[in-house]
Design a protein around this ligand. Structure first.
Ligand code: AMP
Length: 610
């Protein structure tokens, strides 16, 4: 940090620490091990009331750190010696359930005897029942399967202390609201409840009013400064692709200095080390480093001795170095405020800046929020072609040459002169050999792209991301009609989500979706067993059952309209809806008579599908 900004002796990080919260020492130890530097805004505000036992209503999206916000305090309150379920967390999808369970296992690493059990449909019951009998204290699951376990008395509720509803709006749009209500009604009334939702539609508000006890309400503020002349681009990457993409970007972009943001202290050092290993001199900047060392790093950056710095938000607070031409958000920021702060580290002193944001398919919402709030489009990063790339490299080479020609190198000139005379070599040949030497014997031009070929621009970005890259073989698909459409507020992703989750159909087998006013058409596998079709009929999307049927030709124009208004469904009826329980659970997750291995059924429940 520069001297002007940090007076002598002051140490980083400032602001709140996890140690300030009344969390169990074992939990604090796990958090420290994960390298979390400071609590994220939602953690800062949610942990204290949750530790004290208050109910909580949090409006926050994925990526804000909400999992830790509820897990740390609630896990702190669990008695590991009591072999009974004490905490239930409900999540809309099996993917999220697994993710939350894994995060909780990490936080509970130093609590011997504490077991976290993910439960979801589409897999057999045996293992889940065994774990419940063995006394798992935490259950994270999708509402249908959790409800099933409660009904079958495998999941006992008398020791429940807390219940978390994660992504409540998603659970609503997937038709889980009735199941959730039912579960809430079965659990002890004195339990603590935390509800998280990215949006607050009426039914969720009603649910909160009814089942939460004077909750503390938290909304993660959406504030944004006006960003100066900064070009903002995003790149959709999966977590495991990040390092690869980063190095490709470093190859492609012409930069003075790059500031890369990571979420944890550990990540800053890991990324810096990986970059070093790949031949990019990079340094970490985080709150674990002594202040003197941090100052040295910033000073080297300012003097151009180091060009790549990987920092946490806290360590880069107030960083003012004109040279930073690029900011790479390697890990997405927790909120918009930190996004604008991060990108504000470039474009200093009236210069132009470049900000590149890595977003995972799950973080696409954050991207939309950024665009909406900053009222600036964020373009998709497009990789140049091989020709463009080589043209640029030549251009850069020429300008370096120009610059060098103005230097004082008379001794070299004499030496070269003598070498040319004595060897009789061609002067162009010799100049080229020198350039080769100077470049560390690396060729000037690429023979192939050091990055994937430019991806075709997508027509439309989707909030859930990734669906458009589905594999679809039209031969094996056929069109089905579902009685849910635009009027009901359904989006394609809702349909994909509901079908993928409820029928266990991998989303890559879900083809084209055409939304109409009160119905839609979806291409799905031709050989769907009757049971799957039956169970899909009852799946709810935006408060309406799909009532799926084989598309027998497009309906006449007059056939539409009016239907949606008298469908009435709401969430009231349909007590027979047990999406997961009925279909996925029965027969060990495989529909009866499906003749073995239906290839479109998800084979591994534990696998992430994004
Ligand atoms: P979530 O919003 O719960 O999905 O969290 C998003 C990501 O942020 C996860 O990868 C967490 O491990 C990470 N994370 C959560 N809290 C912190 C923190 N205080 N510092 C750094 N990383 C965090």
């Amino acid at each position: 940090m520069s001297e002007e900004e940090l007076p002598e002796g002051e140490t980083l990080p400032s602001g709140p620490h996890f140690g300030d919260f009344d969390l169990a020492p074992s939990i604090l130890k796990a958090v420290a091990g994960m390298g979390y530097e400071t609590p994220s805004p939602i953690q800062e505000r949610a942990i204290p009331p949750l530790v004290e036992g208050f109910d909580l209503l949090g409006v926050a999206q994925t990526g804000t750190g909400k999992t830790a916000a509820f897990s740390l305090p609630l896990l702190s309150r669990i008695d590991p010696n009591l072999r009974a379920v004490q905490l239930i967390c409900l999540a809309p999808t099996r993917e999220l359930a697994i993710q939350v369970a894994e995060a909780m296992e990490g936080f509970a690493e130093h609590i011997p005897g504490l077991n976290v059990l993910p439960v979801y449909g589409g897999t057999g019951y045996t293992e889940q029942i065994r774990e419940l009998k063995r006394g798992a204290q935490v259950v994270v699951g999708t509402p249908g399967r959790v409800m099933d376990h409660i009904q079958k008395k495998y999941l006992k509720l008398d020791q429940i202390r807390a219940l978390v509803l994660d992504e409540a709006d998603e659970m609503l749009s997937m038709g889980f609201i009735e199941d959730i209500e039912w579960i809430l009604e079965q659990t002890p009334p004195n339990r603590q409840t935390a509800l998280f939702s990215a949006t607050m539609p009426k039914p969720i508000r009603k649910l909160a009013d009814k089942h939460l006890n004077e909750p503390v309400e938290i909304t993660i503020a959406v504030k944004a400064e006006n960003s100066p002349d900064i070009r903002q681009r995003f790149l959709k990457v999966r977590p495991y692709e990040k390092m690869d993409m980063l190095t490709r970007i470093l190859e492609i972009e012409t930069f003075d200095a790059v500031l890369i943001f990571a979420r944890t202290k550990n990540a800053t050092t890991e990324i810096a080390e990986s970059l070093m290993a790949k031949g990019y001199p990079a340094e970490a900047l985080n709150g674990d480093m002594p202040q003197k060392l941090r100052e040295k790093t910033v000073d080297r950056l300012r003097k151009g001795r180091t060009k790549i710095v990987v920092a946490t938000d806290v360590a880069a607070r107030g960083l003012d170095v004109d040279k930073i031409s690029h900011v790479v958000n390697y890990d997405a920021p927790f909120d918009l405020e930190s996004y604008t702060h991060r990108i504000g580290r470039t474009g200093r002193a009236g210069r132009k800046g470049d900000a590149i944001l890595f977003v995972s398919p799950k973080e696409m919402r954050m991207l939309n929020a950024i665009e909406r709030t900053l009222k600036k489009p964020c373009e998709e990063y497009s990789f140049p072609t091989l020709e463009e790339m080589n043209e640029r490299r030549q251009g850069e080479f020429f300008s370096r040459l120009e610059e060098a020609l103005s230097g004082d190198f008379s001794d070299y000139r004499q030496a070269i002169q003598r070498f040319l005379e004595e060897s009789g070599k061609d002067s162009v040949e010799v100049a080229a050999a020198l350039a080769y030497l100077e470049a560390g014997k690396k060729p000037l031009l690429y023979e192939e792209m050091p990055m994937p070929a430019a991806r075709p621009k997508r027509e439309r970005r989707q909030a859930d991301g990734g669906r458009e890259e589905r594999y679809v073989s039209n031969d094996n698909l056929q069109s089905y009609r579902v009685e849910v459409g635009e009027y009901h507020g359904a989006e394609k992703r809702d349909l994909v989500g509901a079908i993928a989750n409820e029928a266990g159909i991998d989303s890559k087998f879900i083809g084209k979706i055409r939304l109409f006013k009160d119905h839609s058409f979806i291409d799905l596998p031709k050989d769907m067993p009757k049971e799957v079709l039956e169970s899909l009929k009852k799946v709810w999307v935006q408060g309406h059952q799909l009532n799926i049927s084989v598309d027998r030709g497009r309906p006449q124009q007059g056939g539409r309209g009016g239907r949606f208004s008298d469908k009435g469904g709401k969430f009231g009826k349909g007590s027979n809806f047990r999406g997961e329980g009925r279909f996925k659970g029965g027969g060990g997750g495989r529909p009866k008579g499906s003749g073995g291995d239906r290839n479109f059924r998800k084979k591994s429940a534990g696998k992430f599908r994004d």
